[in-house]
Design a binder for this molecule. Structure first.
Ligand SMILES: [Zn+2]
Length: 520
């Protein structure tokens, strides 16, 4: 799961509230009090899932020898090998002529890049490693008209719009880090949206807005950035890109520059001018791998349609030498997928449609594996009935978050939903808004596996995991996800922090959903 989803969700939520479009929520909250038995073969499959086996996979994947499953590491290579072996041992066929799908990638080791601003009669230069942090782009030059927009914030409910009367389409937009003064801005959700301590989170909302407004690039001005660079807190780490020619996601690239009082004064008097970003670095090509497998459906006609299940196998690796084991993100989803496919393959009875299983590479660095697959699918997307995504399923919702979700949803009887509900038996699947027929299937899977649900309808096109590119191509999707726990994307995302029983509960829900979709 990638960083941007949280703030983006907040952004979307505030947008929906502002327009007064929040629909009646009651139908989307499914409280399961009595177990509704599943049909025989499916019930057996769901009960066949074992926490000990899930735990063993997570232990292998999050072992220090897997090196945090970073792109280009031997640990990720060993992971690919392990998954192929497991899939083969389960008796699945390759999807296409081999289990492996090569994903062409590039690794960039950043060098001395520069940013130049020409404002009024002044020309200023900023250097990477001194007073600038440059975007993760391919080496080259990006030039264009620039415009300074103050804080670059648009909050209609607070009557604040830094873009009023401005056309920023095609321009490099320069904004200052921070929020306006005043008590109205000190609300937790706004602080999280604009002042998160992680730079990657802090600018999420602004970049989503700038994408919508058609900006070409963004420049954030931060006080003290030069000092943080000198203190080694902003290391220029290698980064990864898709092969040349692959269209990027459309979010404008972001450079960060040190803000001085002189620069601010200059921008106030000369807010428009020209900007140029020169990115330097050494480029090396490398090849990632998706692991893809297939289990034929039982119905001679309907088996030409498929349900695809996917989980990303990669994680953050060892940035600056620190191991990020990624037990929840996403060894949990990979382990669940392995056990789901093993149980399906061992069953003498199969659903009518074909099941496809995908272990994606490069999700953390840019959803490269799933993106590549949607451009070069090994099963036509037109006959792919749904894509089910498993990413981070080992941590249940905290009780407090569940309470506030229910409180804010405007249910007529919120307490009836919460009474006696353990957070471990709650999930919030995300479903494509344009495919309402998914709702009853999820509800049935929840009732059959003892999971109460909130159906979170979303278009998914800016989604934070591998369902995004399927959503963009109008493939119906379901997103299975747990919680952003405190050690999310940190070295503390370890096996002992999560409960394999929780992975099992989520795996039961996914397996039931897959069966019901494939056997309709
Ligand atoms: Zn992640």
């Amino acid at each position: 799961m990638s960083l941007r989803s949280l703030a983006l969700l907040a952004l979307l939520a505030s947008g929906a509230l502002a327009q007064g479009t929040a629909p009646d929520a009651t139908a989307d909250f499914i409280r399961v009090t009595t177990f509704e038995p599943l049909p025989a073969p499916l019930a057996g499959l769901v009960d066949g899932l074992e926490a000990s086996r899930l735990k063993a996979h997570i232990a292998f994947l999050s072992d220090p020898r897997r090196e945090g499953r970073g792109l280009g590491t031997r640990g990720l290579e060993a992971t690919v090998h392990y998954l192929q072996e497991q899939v083969q041992a389960a008796g699945l066929m390759p999807l296409g002529s081999t289990y492996l799908q090569p994903v062409p990638l590039r690794e960039v080791r950043p060098g001395q890049g520069t940013v130049r601003l020409s404002l009024g009669k002044s020309s200023l230069a900023f250097r990477a490693g001194r007073d600038a942090v440059l975007p993760a782009l391919a080496p080259g030059k990006l030039e264009g008209p620039c415009v300074y927009v103050g804080l670059g914030i648009q909050e209609p409910t607070l009557g604040h719009d830094d873009f009023r009367g401005l056309d920023v389409r095609g321009k490099v937009v320069i904004f200052r880090d921070g929020i306006p003064s005043g008590a109205a801005w000190r609300k937790a959700e706004l602080l999280e949206k604009y002042l998160s301590s992680r730079p990657a989170d802090r600018y999420d909302a602004r970049l989503a807005l700038l994408e919508k407004l058609g900006a070409r690039a963004a420049i954030a001005l931060e006080e003290g950035l030069d000092q943080r660079i000198r203190a080694g807190k902003e290391p220029a780490l290698p980064y990864f890109l898709a092969a040349p020619g692959v269209p990027t996601s459309g979010e404008p690239p972001l450079a960060r520059l040190a803000l001085t009082p002189e620069l601010r004064a200059l921008l106030e008097t000369a807010p428009e001018g020209k900007a140029s970003l020169e990115i330097r670095g050494r480029v090396q090509t490398l090849q990632g791998q998706n692991v893809l497998a297939r289990l034929e459906g039982s119905d001679p006609a309907l088996r030409r349609e498929a349900i695809l299940l996917g989980a990303h196998m990669d994680h953050l690796g060892m940035p600056a030498g620190v191991l990020h084991p990624g037990a929840d993100d996403n060894a949990s989803g990979v382990a669940a997928l392995l056990e789901i496919l093993r149980n399906f393959a061992a069953s003498p009875l199969r659903p009518k449609r074909t099941l496809l299983f995908a272990f994606w590479t490069g999700e953390e660095e840019g959803k490269f594996g799933s993106g590549h697959y949607t451009r070069q699918p090994r099963w036509p997307l037109a006959t792919t009935g749904a894509y089910l995504n498993l990413d981070m399923i080992g941590h249940p919702w905290p009780a407090e978050a569940l309470r506030s979700l229910v409180a804010e949803a405007g249910l007529k009887q919120p307490q009836a939903f919460l009474d006696g509900l353990a957070p471990t038996h709650f999930a919030e699947p995300g479903l494509s808004t344009s495919h309402r027929e998914l709702g009853p299937i999820l509800a049935r899977a929840g009732r059959g596996t003892g999971m109460s649900l909130h159906l979170d309808w979303t278009d998914g096109k800016s989604g934070g995991s591998d369902y995004r590119d399927f959503a963009r191509r109008e493939v119906p999707f379901v997103r299975f996800f747990g919680d952003y726990f405190p050690d999310y994307h940190k070295p503390g995302d370890t096996l002992d922090q999560l409960d394999p029983e929780q992975v099992r509960r989520m795996a039961r829900l996914v397996l039931a959903t897959a069966w019901l979709l494939a056997d309709r």
